[in-house]
Design a protein around this ligand. Structure first.
Ligand SMILES: C[S@@+](CC[C@H](N)C(=O)[O-])C[C@H]1O[C@@H](n2cnc3c(N)ncnc32)[C@H](O)[C@@H]1O
Length: 291
């Protein structure tokens, strides 16, 4: 866990400094402490919601994760304490019960605590446990929904999760667990797009399971790594080629895996058009805040 309080050396100014000066007021303590679980979106600062910016602007302490818009932390006023409880895949430096205890303890000191999380707090974010811990301790807690990677990362890569005439439903699953019967049926019968989070280390098991359950080996798959960041990359394959392709290009977490007909490369290319050129390098701009 890293805890920094007012250390300018650890805070590198970023492109959003000017806006942040307007958005982040100095954080004073209110009469009673509270916790706000803030969904930070997939990583780009301009995918934070206005409500999320407002919560950050009034924070005394920010308890943050590895994923999400961590660059905004550099622009918090020097008096705001940052507690980094970030987890890396397979390595959990701060156990969840300790994170819960930190939130409660900080709020009990009368501080406004922002728990900044990647994506949405309630999508594989353990936000429910943190809400329960606060409520159990009698600490006021609220939730600011975030832009979940499950929806936004495919969208940023130009992949619609539903598409009229192609598929009308989607299902989000955790790739750490074996696919359940609903997911396997959706892929086999092509009735819903399957969106897999945390699935990078399980690609072989996932594809084996789907093919064994009767899915067509030609079913399109797209893997979108580091969505919304400058390292965003899209890899297209099929259920039959995914494992080989992933090894060839060296797919790494974080990534969202999309399985189904919407993941086909040509889906949004108008009939008769030339293939789309590669997307230009992503530039992350922070717009004038609407505060
Ligand atoms: C523990 S889950 C948290 C999900 C988060 N609460 C949300 O709503 O996006 C972490 C997983 O989300 C996905 N993820 C989060 N941010 C991502 C990003 N910028 N690009 C690709 N995948 C991302 C990856 O599948 C990663 O393993």
């Amino acid at each position: 866990m890293r805890s920094s309080s007012g250390s300018d050396q650890e805070r590198t100014p970023t492109a959003c400094s000017a806006d942040a000066n307007r958005m982040f007021g100095a954080g004073g303590t209110g009469p009673g402490g509270s916790v706000v679980l803030v969904g930070g979106g997939p990583g780009a600062a301009d995918l934070l919601t206005v409500r999320a910016w407002r919560a950050l602007a009034s924070a005394d302490v920010v308890v943050t994760d590895r994923l999400g818009p961590t660059e905004v932390l550099a622009d918090l006023p020097a008096g705001v304490e940052i507690i980094d409880v970030g987890k890396t895949p397979g390595h959990h430096p701060v156990p969840q019960h300790e994170i819960n205890a930190i939130l409660v303890e900080q709020a009990r000191r009368g501080r406004r605590v922002v728990r900044l999380k990647g994506g949405d707090p309630f999508v594989y974010g353990r936000g429910g446990e943190e809400v329960l811990a606060c409520r159990t301790a009698g600490v006021p807690v609220e939730v600011v929904p975030g832009v979940s990677s499950a929806l936004s990362v495919p969208a940023l890569a130009g992949i619609p999760l539903t598409h009229r005439g192609t598929v009308g439903a989607f299902l989000v699953v955790n790739g750490h667990e074996p696919l359940g019967v609903v997911a396997l049926t959706a892929v086999r019968d092509r009735t819903a797009t399957l969106v897999i989070l945390m699935g990078v280390s399980m690609l072989s098991e996932i594809t084996d399971q789907a093919i064994t359950a009767g899915a067509d080996v030609a079913t399109p798959v797209a893997v979108v790594e580091s969505g919304s960041t400058q390292h965003q990359r899209v890899t297209r394959a099929t259920l039959g080629t995914l494992v080989r392709r992933a090894a060839e290009v060296g797919i790494r977490a974080p990534a969202v895996v999309v399985v189904g007909d919407v993941a086909a490369e040509g889906l949004l290319v108008p009939d008769g058009s030339a293939p789309l050129p590669a997307l230009p390098a992503l530039s992350v701009l922070v717009p004038e805040p609407a505060l």
